[in-house]
Design a protein around this ligand. Structure first.
Ligand SMILES: [Fe+2]
Length: 189
């Protein structure tokens, strides 16, 4: 027969285990949660509203090594909170998919698209298209290799020289065989 004190100890232990189970189940519930961003901050953090409570400022998951990105979420955007410890106060923000307010960005399953405001970059199996208001390329050297190059629109070239197959065709080029009169000039010298 177990003594009364022994039974009390077992009951006490069961109570403790029961409390621990509740706590574990509460944490399990918080490991992965869907939510919506409420505010985004310049230091790479955001607050998220997830099923009734608002988190403190949390970082979103991003690359930040030799390869790094800046890919901030937007207020109202769907996200997933990942809290390995079950504590949403120490969660990470992951992308959460599209919603009515922020619909899907494309519908072709073999293509990729990235959109920022009116700038749209679409990669297909055989093309890469950038649509934007103003496109700037900055580099010490730019090499374009193509069989055909077509420019539609006005062209202004600013620079020291302009050559074609090493011949000067720039604003200071001269011509061979020039005699004033009706004849055509010779080619650029
Ligand atoms: Fe000329």
């Amino acid at each position: 027969m177990m003594s009364e004190a022994g039974i009390d100890r077992v009951v006490e232990e069961l109570r403790r285990l029961n409390g621990e189970l509740h706590e574990l189940s509460r944490k399990m519930n918080n490991v992965v949660r869907e939510g919506r961003v409420t505010e985004v901050f310049e230091d790479g953090t955001a607050t998220v509203e997830a099923q009734g409570f608002e988190t403190k400022r949390l970082p979103w998951v991003t690359r930040a090594g030799n390869v790094k990105d800046w890919d901030p979420p937007t207020a109202g955007e769907r996200v997933v909170l990942l809290s390995p410890s079950g504590d949403p106060g120490r969660a990470l923000i992951l992308p959460g998919g599209f919603s009515e307010e922020f619909p899907q960005n494309h519908s072709n399953a073999s293509e990729a698209r990235r959109t920022v405001g009116s700038t749209v970059i679409t990669a297909t199996g055989d093309s890469y298209v950038v649509e934007t208001e103003k496109l700037t390329l900055k580099a010490k050297e730019i090499l374009v290799e193509a069989d055909e190059i077509t420019i539609k629109g006005n062209v202004a070239i600013e620079g020291e020289s302009l050559t074609h197959n090493s011949k000067n065709i720039g604003d200071d080029h001269e011509h061979k065989d020039v005699t004033p009169g009706a004849a055509n000039t010779g080619p650029p010298a």
